[in-house]
Design a protein. Structure first.
Length: 308
């Protein structure tokens, strides 16, 4: 059996062994079968080239004289080998080009046999296959690192965009003065005015979610700050130009004026309907007190309390 002196096999070497090994063993009275090993049983003894050369392994087989030796040559399938991360490499990448050029080349030789019930196997691969496997691993790792860097750059860009958009919307008076139902719509309008676009709908949804949460927290803080000042706010309203206590004044218009006043004292935030209702009730009560006080004052002065 002629083996390369450098212990490196080529496809031609493996193809030659597929012809020579059966003939060599047949001369020793040992039959060779091309049956395919299914891997249903783990090997007990594994011989691997170049630690174990073919010549030495054949001598061992000849001495032990198994009933049969199974010999199989594995053909390289470029399409199957390019699955997973390798498939994502550029088609003109050297690894992919070489793999495609090696399509249908014999890349591995598997020989198996039994000795006293022990399952033995010898494996040999072509040098180009080992080199291609190592190069593929390096190329894939490099590609992953580049992909990770690109992903991190994209994430950093997204984080900065989210922070920038959150600040510009959050500080805008139109967003603060919007009702809960209209905040998302107002936020989208403000973003469109600034020309802000997002690479994915998920990123925009994340921003809108953060804005809703931050706005809800700001409103809660304002209501907690103003909770003990509702009576004072009502008094300021009914004693200012905001309040016009005449029969012809429409209540809806008056409520709108009250809301604007509350928004101003709440740092521009539109407060919850429950809080606004409390303020409105206090304003009505304060206005009623002022009417009663005016009626009593006129009566003391001897004038008609029902006159203007």
């Amino acid at each position: 059996m002629n083996e390369p002196t450098n212990n490196q096999y080529t496809t031609s070497d493996l193809d030659s062994f597929l012809d020579e090994v059966p003939r060599h063993l047949s001369e020793a009275g040992i039959p060779v079968s091309p049956a395919h090993y299914t891997g249903a049983r783990d090997t007990d003894l594994l011989f691997r080239h170049p630690t174990a050369g073919l010549t030495e392994v054949l001598e061992l087989i000849t001495m032990s004289r198994p009933r049969v030796v199974f010999l199989e040559g594995n053909v390289f399938d470029a399409k199957a080998s390019l699955k997973g991360a390798v498939a994502n490499l550029d088609p003109v990448h050297p690894v992919r080009r070489e793999a495609e050029q090696r399509n249908d080349d014999t890349y591995r030789l598997t020989m198996s046999w039994f000795i006293d019930g022990q399952f033995c196997m010898w494996l040999a691969t072509a040098a180009w296959y080992d080199e291609l496997t190592r190069a593929a691993g390096i190329a894939v790792e490099h590609a992953r690192n580049l992909a990770d860097l690109e992903l991190e750059r994209h994430r950093e860009h997204s984080r900065k965009q989210l922070a920038r958009c959150r600040d510009l919307v959050f500080e805008d008076p139109r967003f603060r003065a919007a009702t809960v139902r209209n905040r998302v719509t107002v936020a989208k309008v403000l973003l469109a005015e600034r020309g802000e676009t997002f690479g994915s709908p998920e990123l925009e949804l994340e921003l809108l979610k953060k804005l809703r949460q931050k706005a809800a927290l700001a409103v809660t803080e304002q209501e907690q700050r103003l909770a003990g000042q509702i009576e004072d706010i009502a008094e300021q309203i009914v004693t200012s130009d905001v309040w016009v206590d005449i029969q012809t004044q429409r209540q809806l218009q008056q409520k709108g004026d009250v809301i604007k006043f509350v928004v101003n004292v709440a740092d521009g935030w539109m407060l919850s309907q429950d809080f606004l209702d409390q303020v409105w009730r206090s304003v009505r009560n304060a206005a009623a007190r002022h009417r009663d006080d005016g009626w009593l004052t006129k009566r003391r002065l001897g004038s008609d309390p029902y006159s203007a």
